[in-house]
Ligand binder design. Structure first.
Ligand code: ZN
Length: 333
């Protein structure tokens, strides 16, 4: 069987090869769990599989036939794509949603050979919703394919995971992401390189960073803030810490960004300039590497990493944030 998965999905060639074999052999699993980092391509693959499973053309998932078009516009009577809302990514999947879905799944498909459901970020399911779905996973009607996604299978009930074939998506190499941006999105190589490197293996991140310039602008502001902090003393740093503490969200993304910057400084210190991710900050990274000892750089990495861990476990965030900021080395860049 020929599929169009390679064109619908960004990277993940090994996973596609595997899925194509399974599709060709006619034993696609009735329950599939796709795991991987946020924006690595789980939902994109899930939707592409829904298209491949219901397509009316010989090239499965053609993207052109009535069935594929209906999936793309969200109007296929036999295909349900339940994605996390962009404005509320943590919104719970409720038991009512699962029950409504189950009523639909008990009916034979209208036009496709199967009914396909793709549920994004299933860790959002309440215990009630997860237990309700478990019944379908235990005895799925023959005409049903369920595809779940989650960043980590450890975040789902073990009983759910054990009923699914698990397909872990790995991060996509920066070179592959850059190629995708150039060929599919027609982005000039010089402009594609930075989002591809910053994406950390997640094509979806690179694409949204390209489509939404505010993402890269915010990153620039936050890196500049780090550089400013390095040049200032306690009073300024404590003031900045106050701002972070007052903000609604924990500074996880900010500290992750800083961690990436410190990694770059360490690479520069080791003479591995070509591996630097923050390409547009190469000069500042280089200066920081010259101004600091290896021990100071490693300490900055360890402290930022520890602060991130503490945020994850909700440890006293005020103290946590202040300690990190006050421990940053002093350096004028
Ligand atoms: Zn099609």
């Amino acid at each position: 069987m020929k599929t169009n998965l390679q064109n619908l999905v960004h990277g993940h060639n090994w996973a596609i090869a595997l899925l194509e074999n399974v599709l060709a052999a006619g034993n696609f699993p009735q329950s599939l769990l796709i795991t991987g980092l946020p924006q690595v391509g789980k939902m994109t693959l899930g939707k592409a599989l829904a298209m491949a499973l219901t397509c009316q053309e010989p090239l499965k998932g053609c993207g052109q036939c009535p069935s594929c078009r209906k999936i793309l516009s969200g109007n296929h009577p036999d295909v349900d794509i339940l994605d996390a809302p962009a404005d509320a990514p943590a919104a719970a999947i409720k038991i009512e949603t699962v029950r409504a879905l189950q009523r639909k799944l008990s009916l034979r498909p209208h036009e496709a050979p199967q009914r396909v459901v793709v549920m994004g970020n299933f860790e959002r399911a309440t215990t009630g919703a997860a237990n309700a779905l478990l019944k379908t996973l235990e005895e799925p009607p023959g005409h049903v394919v369920l595809i779940l996604t989650s960043p980590d299978k450890a975040r789902l009930l073990p009983t759910i995971v054990s009923r699914c074939q698990v397909l872990p998506l790995r991060s996509v190499p920066a070179e592959t992401i850059q190629q995708l941006l150039e060929t599919r999105y027609r982005i000039a190589p010089r402009q594609a390189e930075l989002p591809a490197k910053l994406a950390g293996g997640r094509p979806g991140w690179a694409i949204s960073a390209w489509e939404n310039p505010a993402i890269l602008a915010q990153r620039e502001t936050q890196l500049n803030e780090l550089i400013t902090l390095l040049g200032h003393g306690y009073a300024f740093r404590l003031q900045y810490a106050q701002q972070l503490i007052k903000a609604n969200a924990l500074p996880v993304a900010l500290f992750n960004l800083w961690l990436g910057w410190w990694h770059d400084v360490l690479l520069a210190k080791q003479g591995a300039q070509t591996q630097i991710i923050n390409l547009d900050y190469k000069e500042k990274v280089q200066q920081a590497a010259q101004g600091l000892s290896p021990a100071q750089i490693v300490a900055a990495i360890n402290q930022t990493y520890a602060a991130l861990q503490n945020l994850q476990y909700n440890l006293n965030s005020r103290l946590n944030i202040e300690v990190l900021l006050l421990n940053l080395p002093q350096l004028a860049l």
